[in-house]
Design a binder for this molecule. Structure first.
Ligand SMILES: [Zn+2]
Length: 285
């Protein structure tokens, strides 16, 4: 049985200075590709489901599948709820057997964020479930190309608030904003590693980088060097795998649905193996 908590994965990663990839899936085949990539590299992995993806598949339908894959995997797997905004969804994920949940109240005032996070931590800890929470505000690319990467400093995580917040909430991991954005970058990313370093120096918890799509290998390494131990990576993988499937279909006119299943698993696996190697978690299972 290799279903583990986020806490156990990230404590080891923090100590040994690498990051564990956290990859989203909305279906069985993507999840199988994620596990296959981790097994082939002998790496721990975080298989996560975002609350907003309930639009594509209900949490209660997909949860037993993820948990079954995790339990049978040859490497440690944490099954994590990504961006839980509703109390009900978070409790449901814990009840279904997730070993980690993210509470995202980052758009609310810090007092409210602290209160909601504390409430979740109290319940989760009693059930040996880890909690990630977010401070600062992640920006999102929406395809309009209007987001100014040089004018986002007011949304960055404040290092002193991070210190107070982590002490008051007792969370397992803190998601921080220092210039990464959700979605595919429309232009060259502008990451403030100085800010990340300050947050690290003011806190003791493992730090999480959201918006990990489309960064250079050097940017990933810099982030890890400055305290990041969990990297959320999804958009680029999702986009590249879809393009790969399009190429496959253009070249194979007699394809059946099961051909797509196998292609998805294989393309996801290959895409993630490359990332796992950069994140440094290879052979850390
Ligand atoms: Zn995120």
């Amino acid at each position: 049985m290799s279903l583990v908590t986020l806490d156990s994965l990230l404590q080891k990663a923090k100590k040994e200075k690498y990051a564990v990839g956290a990859f989203n899936a909305t279906d069985l085949n993507t999840a199988r590709g994620i596990i296959a990539a981790a097994e082939e590299t002998n790496s721990p992995v975080i298989l996560q489901f975002a609350e907003v993806h309930e639009e594509f598949v209900p949490l209660d339908t997909i949860a037993p599948i993820y948990l079954d894959l995790a339990q049978k995997a040859k490497v440690p797997v944490c099954v994590h709820l990504d961006h839980g905004e509703n109390f009900e969804t978070i409790i449901k994920a814990i009840h279904l057997g997730f070993t980690s949940v993210m509470v995202d109240a980052s758009t609310k005032p810090i007092a409210e964020n602290t209160q909601m996070t504390r409430e979740i931590v109290k319940i989760a800890k009693a059930l040996n479930v880890s909690v990630e929470s977010e401070l600062g505000r992640m920006n999102k690319e929406d395809g309009t190309n209007t987001l100014d990467y040089n004018d986002m400093a007011d949304t960055y995580t404040d290092p002193h608030e991070a210190k107070q917040f982590t002490a008051a909430t007792n969370i397992s991991a803190l998601a921080v904003a220092f210039g990464t954005v959700h979605g595919l970058y429309a232009k060259k990313p502008n990451l403030n590693f100085e800010r990340l370093k300050e947050i690290r120096d003011n806190t003791t918890v493992p730090l999480v980088m959201h918006g990990g799509s489309g960064l250079s290998d050097e940017e990933y390494r810099q982030a890890i060097l400055n305290g990041v131990t969990k990297i959320n990576y999804y958009s680029t993988m999702s986009f590249d795998v879809t393009n790969g499937i399009r190429d496959f279909l253009n070249n194979k006119k007699d394809a059946y649905l099961y051909d797509l299943d196998l292609q998805t698993i294989d393309l996801v696996k290959k895409n993630l193996i490359a990332k796992i190697k950069v994140f440094g978690s290879e052979n850390q299972a």
